[in-house]
Design a protein around this ligand. Structure first.
Ligand code: NAD
Length: 353
């Protein structure tokens, strides 16, 4: 029988949902945002690498590792825009946290729900630091799986009051509006991207299409707005017209990854961008003028997942919503792995002679 020492807490989708509902979706995102901010402030000490991507014609499967020297974390995540038409999720994920000291895993968890929470928390951080003062109206373009989380995080953390929804599929907009009906947000269902961004100081694009899409054209975007471009997150998959990028002050997570995956893949490799962690630490300026366009070209970086895993590990201490998995082979004598196998043979034959 596994002892507690060889077991690893595993958070299933059901347990994740219960934990998040116990805490409250908005509170959970605010707490994760605090963990991300803490980790971004100590950015230089992390191991960083662009994520390891396996591309196919239909999508991408990625591994996202990082470490702060004490803990090591990684996420497995896919992005398959065609899945939705087949009744499957575009994005699914799971992840693991391990001790750098022993190399033993300390937490295994679903990360599909956790990714939606951390992605929204990250948009809220970017918006908090970059949006014009007193911004209270957001256009939410792309009303799929991430959209409600994005709207609620910006409401809770940034004080957004009105969300103007648009999706090429009106059923997605209706779903999003229904899900947010009790949120206290003023919701406006729009028939075009142009209508959605009318009067919005914040524009969030979170669409899924494996192509160089133009969700926003240059003439649509006026001065003095903040854009979170979240959906363009792999080579050949962008959302904004290049001319918008050329008019914007661009903020990114980790340039070596964003230059491959973000909307800035449309620009030259030396186009200036600001690393958003430096805005958080005060080493770089955020918004410089009220009429500037600020653009957070968010692709999702491993440190955000690491922060979310750290948050989860801490939260499980007072809310044990997990089961223990027998994941680590741990013989009494560490060199006698074979002996452990032999003893199991004996136990099996005693149980079923
Ligand atoms: P989803 O498939 O559930 O929703 C995408 C929505 O976009 C759909 O409702 C679709 O109808 C809509 N859409 C497609 N083209 C459009 C267009 N031209 N105009 C308006 N709407 C359009 O996907 P999701 O889980 O919400 O993810 C959306 C995107 O965000 C994906 O590309 C995903 O890879 C990306 N993502 C990024 C991060 C990050 O950290 N940056 C994290 C999670 C997901």
């Amino acid at each position: 029988m596994p002892s507690k020492l060889n077991t690893v807490p595993f958070v299933s989708v059901e347990n994740m949902m219960r934990l998040v509902l116990d805490i409250g979706v908005e509170n959970a995102m605010a707490e994760i945002a605090d963990y991300i901010e803490d980790d971004f402030r100590r950015w230089p000490l992390f191991d960083k690498t662009p994520r390891l991507a396996a591309h196919s014609a239909e999508g991408v499967i990625e591994l996202m590792p990082t470490s702060d020297g004490i803990d090591y974390g990684f996420k497995y995540v896919n992005g398959h825009p065609k899945n939705m038409k087949e009744g499957l999720q575009t994005v699914t994920a799971f992840g693991l946290l391990a001790s750098v000291d022993t190399g033993y895993p300390v937490l295994l968890t679903e990360m599909t729900v956790l990714t939606a929470l951390r992605t929204a928390a990250m948009s809220a951080i970017a918006t908090k630091y970059l949006a014009p003062e007193n911004a209270s109206t957001m256009a939410m373009i792309g009303n799929g799986a991430q959209s409600e989380f994005q709207a609620l995080a910006l409401k809770h953390i940034c004080g957004v009051k009105e969300v103007r929804l648009y999706d090429i599929d009106p059923a997605a907009t209706q779903k999003c509006a229904d899900n947010l009906a009790a949120s206290g947000l003023t919701l406006v269902k729009c028939k075009s991207a142009e209508e959605a961004i009318k009067g919005a100081q914040i524009i969030t694009t979170c669409t899924a299409d494996k192509q160089y899409a133009t969700i926003l054209t240059d003439n649509l975007v006026g001065a003095g707005v903040h854009i979170n471009a979240i959906g363009g997150d792999c080579p050949g998959k962008t959302e904004l017209h290049k001319d918008i990028l050329l008019r914007s002050d661009i903020f990114v997570e980790y340039p070596p990854q964003t230059r491959i995956e973000g909307d800035i893949q449309q620009l030259s490799a030396d186009h200036p961008v600001t690393e958003i962690w430096q805005v958080l630490t005060g080493e770089a300026a955020g918004r410089k003028g009220a009429m500037d366009i600020t653009l957070f070209d968010g692709v999702g970086f491993a440190i955000e997942d690491f922060s979310a895993l750290r948050w989860l590990r801490d939260r499980l201490k007072d809310r044990p919503r997990y089961v223990l998995l027998d994941m680590i082979a741990d013989p009494d004598d560490p060199r006698d792995l074979f002996g452990m196998l032999q003893r199991e043979r004996g136990r099996m034959s005693r149980l079923s002679p």
